[in-house]
Write a protein that binds this ligand. Sequence first.
Ligand code: ADP
Ligand code: MG
Length: 259
Amino acid sequence: MSEVSVTKNAEGPAPAGDQLVVLDNVNKHFGALHVLQDIDLTIKRGEVVVVIGPSGSGKSTLCRTINRLETIDSGSITIDGKPLPQEGRELARLRADVGMVFQSFNLFAHKTVLENVMLGQTKVRKTDKAAAAKKARGLLDRVGVGTQADKYPAQLSGGQQQRVAIARALAMDPKVMLFDEPTSALDPEMINEVLDVMQQLAREGMTMVVVTHEMGFARSAANRVVFMADGRIIEEAEPNQFFNNPRSDRAKDFLSKIL
Ligand code: ADP
Ligand code: MG
């Protein structure tokens, strides 16, 4: 696990009212299953929020509602003061504003690495090809895979593919990045190369929501840990407080199993 010590937000917390993502009393069901229950969550600009909790607690569903891969039954979600759009061009723009990185890298297999990072720029942002390629190369360099630009995803290691997926999301200049267990499918030796890129992004002030079991990352990069169980947010705290002094029995039990 990466244990880089990071000074986040050296200038102090984001100014009050600068709320980038706001979930207000969000509820969602899958049939009889009440998968998200009365979720209130506010993410400020520049904040890094790590979401942890047992399998099946609703972490992925929470992420997926924020970029509207899932609809909600009640409550509201706003991003940068605007309610989530329902469809069409506005929805495509939202998806670009909310970058998402999944456990499975989800790159386009029949496009090169460079093309993967160019595609959203040319299709959604309407950037011209030359500018998109230039930006893509810059981002691939930044995540350490610049030399892989002309290869196909299958020719890359898992860690490299995941870094391409991060570059692809960054190419849209997202307002917030969602990471859903981005290192869970990786061989152990590749985990740190992905966490290091995320750590760097956090340091640069990117607003991030990260579902992860990497507690070293949570300790060093998170401003706040959100602990979920059974579709609810049970506890929210600053990482040191959460890890050293969890308040709820559910969190104590969870931590005793993973730490
Ligand atoms: P986590 O990411 O915390 O493991 P998920 O958000 O993936 O949890 O899932 C929460 C619960 O919702 C689980 O019980 C899961 O089986 C269920 N679930 C997730 N997606 C669907 C779906 N599309 N249809 C029905 N049930 C689902
Ligand atoms: Mg999940």
